[in-house]
Design a protein around this ligand. Structure first.
Ligand SMILES: [Zn+2]
Length: 138
């Protein structure tokens, strides 16, 4: 069974693990929601934070086409790195897949997609979170 690449940011569904949910925290004092774990609110520095599950759909806020990947990048090049804004407010940076580069549009709806990659130096697979164009009519 593949594991989450980052269990503090992506929790896999218990069943067949083809789905998952992004995790974050919400500040009980100012209401700001952030993606991923943190010890203090990045907005008001309160430590009264509660864990929340984030929406699996968001809006493409910005993107870039990466032609020079980081060392060890396992995927094809060039690839698209998208900054996606979730309804709760946080922005999540991840690769945008299943989309021709000239089809990308700022403001388009994207949804969470999980992709298995081989972990460094091992045969074990890890599931990573990506974005792909959402098709609400499907
Ligand atoms: Zn706060």
């Amino acid at each position: 069974m593949p594991e989450s690449i980052d269990p503090q940011r992506l929790r896999l569904a218990d069943d067949e693990r083809a789905s998952g949910v992004l995790l974050g925290v919400r500040c009980l004092d100012c209401g700001v929601t952030v993606f991923g774990p943190c010890a203090f609110c990045q907005s008001c520095t309160s430590d009264r934070l509660e864990p929340v599950e984030l929406e699996g759909t968001g809006v493409l806020y910005s993107y870039t086409v990466v032609r020079v990947p980081p060392a060890g990048w396992p995927g094809p090049v060039p690839y698209v790195l998208g900054q996606v804004e979730l309804p709760e407010g946080p922005q999540v940076l991840a690769e945008v897949i299943d989309c021709e580069h000239d089809q990308l549009k700022i403001g388009m709806l994207v949804e969470l997609a999980l992709q298995a990659v081989a972990s460094e130096g091992g045969t074990e697979e890890k599931l990573v979170y990506k974005w792909r164009p959402a098709h609400p009519d499907d």
